[in-house]
Design a protein around this ligand. Structure first.
Ligand code: ARG
Length: 276
């Protein structure tokens, strides 16, 4: 049996201190105690599913460090460190790099002058890496990964500022299966997805806005924020077990379940991480 491992970072210094996506409002802020309880509920849910959680040390002044999905891309024991578009998040990189280099990974950096926001914008479905670009990551970063890893990378343009990272609107469930929110993509992106993922589960506008696509997949269990009932019932029809954890304090920063995690042993849908 495969032992899932996930990196998380407690929300000790979480808050809305700047605005780099349309969900964030400094005026409204976030309630740290409530955030702490919600983060713990996600942590407990995942450990209850048999996941080993690695905890990073939170850092003052880095309110978004909780979103470990953006640390970089894990590929076996290689860690491709992110190059954040916004300086406020680029300060997280030394902390992520030092965690990975002291935990058995080789840390690699993309050449300067390209942006790449890790698993937030790069998700394997089968053998293919689906890569979101324009709002945060750019195409050159993805092309670089395609050439060093010698894998197929399919760039998907993100056209809706509310769905600024690919993991806010697309979630691979297994090779050939994914959930997605169509309006986050242009017509060409939708065609690419339809052509390469045989089974697509469409999320409606209301549940996309509850971050239904920002799901953590562990085996056949799919963990999302609350308020995604239609998605949950369709997941059940597809043979999955949906689990809801209230994460609305993190929605205020434009994040949810998936953003708060980074799978260290490869996502469930990544062919390279599956036993042959
Ligand atoms: N406030 C963070 C940002 O805008 C949220 C990141 C959410 N992470 C994700 N993988 N979608 O960068």
């Amino acid at each position: 049996m495969r032992q899932p491992r996930i990196l998380m970072c407690p929300p000790d210094y979480y808050g809305i201190e700047y605005e780099i996506n349309p969900w964030m409002s400094r005026l409204r802020g976030a309630a740290r105690d409530r955030a702490r309880g919600q983060w713990q509920a996600l942590y407990d849910t995942l450990t209850g599913l048999g996941v080993t959680i690695e905890r990073m040390l939170p850092q003052p002044g880095l309110p978004d460090l909780v979103f470990t999905a953006n640390a970089g891309l894990v590929y076996g024991t290689r860690f491709f460190s992110s190059r954040f578009r916004h300086e406020v998040r680029a300060r997280e990189t030394p902390h992520f790099d030092s965690w990975f280099s002291t935990h058995g990974f080789t840390v690699e950096h993309l050449p300067e002058g390209m942006y790449f926001e890790g698993a937030g914008d790069a998700l394997f479905c089968g053998e293919t890496l689906f890569a979101g670009y324009r709002i945060r990551s750019d195409v050159r970063g993805h092309q670089h990964l395609a050439s060093v890893l010698r894998i197929q990378v399919l760039p998907l343009e993100l056209v809706n500022p509310h769905y600024y990272h690919l993991d806010t609107c697309f979630c691979p469930l297994a090779p050939g299966e994914a959930i997605y929110y169509a309006d986050a993509f242009d017509a060409y992106g939708r065609k690419v997805l339809e052509a390469h993922v045989p089974r697509l589960l469409l999320v409606n506008e209301a549940e996309a806005a509850r971050f239904g696509c920002n799901a953590v997949v562990v085996g056949k269990t799919v963990v999302t924020n609350t308020g995604c009932e239609k998605l949950a019932s369709e997941l059940r029809d597809w043979g999955y077990m949906p689990v809801a954890v209230e994460l609305d304090e993190f929605l205020k920063a434009g994040g949810s379940a998936k953003c708060l995690t980074l799978r260290l042993d490869g996502e469930e849908a990544a062919s390279w991480a599956r036993p042959a």
